[in-house]
Write a protein that binds this ligand. Structure first.
Ligand code: GDP
Ligand code: MG
Length: 313
C-alpha cells in the first residue's frame, strides 16, 4: 500500500485541553478522535495520567493532551495532578480552554484565564455543554463569558462534547492554529497509552461510576496479566483475552464497599469494565478482578511512581 503524500501545507502539533475538573475535557477527546481513549465520569478529577490522543485528518495531525483539571491541591496526588497540567501548557503549540457554557464563570475560570494570559501561546475557547443551556439563557451566558475574556482576543466556539455539535468547527479552527509539519504518529494511532493503561482506566471508570462518593479518590488499578487464551483450552476464559487486574484501595471499609453484598458490586464493576474492554480489544474478554488494601497509597511517593503518577510525564 502506498501512502498518499501529505499536502505541502500539512500541519501538526500538540494541543492541551485545559479547564476545570468536570468541564468535559475527556469527553471532548473521545468525541474528537471518535473512539473512547479517555475515561469520563460525573465525578470530578477522573483523569489522573496525562493522556495523548491523536486526531489525524487530511489537513493536520493534532495530538491532544488531556490534562487533569487545574484546581487547588489537597494532598500529594492533587499536587502532582496540578503540576502535570501546568507543565502541559509549557509543551504545546495551542491551548483549548474549555469552559462550561451552561454555568456562570467562577473564580476558578478567572484563575485559569489569568494563568494562560501569562503565556504567549495561542488559545481557543470552547464553551462546552452548550446543549444543556436553554435558548433563553444563551445570550446571558455569552455576555458573562465575554466579560471573563474581555482582556483577551481568543476566538470562542460553542460546542457539545457529548453530542458532537460544533466539534467539526472546533477541529478546523484547531488545525488552522498549528504550525506546518509532518505527521508525528502513524495516522491510524489514536492514543499513545499502552493498552494496559487503557484497560486499567476502564476499570477505574466503572468504580467511579458505581461507587460515587464513598471510594473514588482513593482507587488505583493495576493490570497484572493480559493473556490470549487458546480457543480449545479448558475453563471459563477459553478463546478469550483474559485480563487479571487488582483494584487498590486505602481502607478496609472501601474494600467492603467495592466487593458489595455477596460480591454484587464487584460483579457489576467487572461486567461494565468487561463490556468496554471488548470494544477496545475488539474481541471477547474474560476479566478477573481482585481488591487489595494498601493503606495511604496516595501519599507515598514510591507507590505513586510505581503506579505511573510521576507528575512530570
Ligand atoms: P473532565 O473532568 O473535564 O475530563 O470531564 P469529563 O469529560 O469526565 O465530563 C464530566 C461530565 O460532564 C460527564 O458526565 C460527561 O458526560 C459530561 N459532559 C461532558 N461534555 C458534555 C456536553 O457537552 N454536554 C453535556 N450535557 N454533558 C457533558
Ligand atoms: Mg477528564
Amino acid at each position: 500500500m502506498h501512502a498518499t503524500p501529505l499536502p505541502e501545507d500539512y500541519r501538526s502539533g500538540f494541543i492541551a485541553l485545559i479547564g476545570r475538573p468536570n468541564v468535559g475535557k475527556s469527553t471532548l477527546v473521545n468525541q474528537l478522535v471518535g473512539e473512547k481513549v479517555a475515561i469520563t465520569s460525573p465525578v470530578a478529577q477522573t483523569t489522573r495520567n496525562r493522556l495523548r490522543a491523536i486526531l489525524t485528518t487530511d489537513v493536520a495531525q493534532m495530538v491532544l493532551v488531556d490534562t487533569p483539571g487545574i484546581h487547588k491541591p489537597h494532598h500529594l496526588l492533587g499536587e502532582r495532578l496540578v503540576k502535570s497540567a501546568r507543565s502541559a501548557i509549557g509543551e504545546v503549540d495551542l491551548v483549548v480552554l474549555l469552559l462550561e457554557g451552561c454555568e456562570r464563570p467562577g473564580r476558578g475560570d478567572a484563575f485559569i484565564v489569568n494563568l494562560l494570559q501569562q503565556q504567549s501561546l495561542p488559545v481557543l475557547v470552547a464553551l462546552n455543554k452548550w446543549d444543556k443551556l436553554a435558548e433563553e439563557h444563551r445570550s446571558e451566558a455569552e455576555e458573562a463569558y465575554a466579560a471573563l475574556l474581555q482582556e483577551t482576543n481568543w476566538p470562542v466556539h460553542r460546542c457539545s462534547a457529548l453530542s458532537g455539535d460544533g466539534c467539526a468547527e472546533l477541529t478546523a479552527a484547531m488545525a488552522a492554529q498549528l504550525p506546518l509539519g509532518p505527521q508525528l504518529y502513524p495516522p491510524e494511532m489514536v492514543s499513545d497509552q499502552p493498552e494496559r493503561v487503557l484497560l486499567g482506566e476502564l476499570i477505574r471508570e466503572q468504580v467511579l461510576l458505581h461507587t460515587r462518593e464513598e471510594v473514588p479518590h482513593s482507587v488505583a488499578v493495576t493490570i497484572d496479566r493480559v493473556e490470549e487464551l487458546p480457543a480449545k483450552g479448558k475453563g471459563k476464559g477459553a478463546g478469550r483475552t483474559a485480563v487479571l487486574a487488582t483494584v487498590l484501595v486505602e481502607r478496609k471499609s472501601q474494600k467492603g464497599i467495592l466487593i458489595g453484598k455477596g460480591g454484587a458490586m464487584l460483579k457489576t464493576i467487572g461486567q461494565g469494565a468487561r463490556l468496554q474492554m471488548q470494544v477496545l480489544i475488539d474481541g471477547p474478554v474474560y476479566l478477573e478482578l481482585f481488591v487489595k488494601v494498601v493503606p495511604d497509597w496516595r501519599s507515598k511517593p514510591a507507590r505513586l511512581a510505581e503506579l505511573g503518577y510521576t507528575g512530570d510525564q
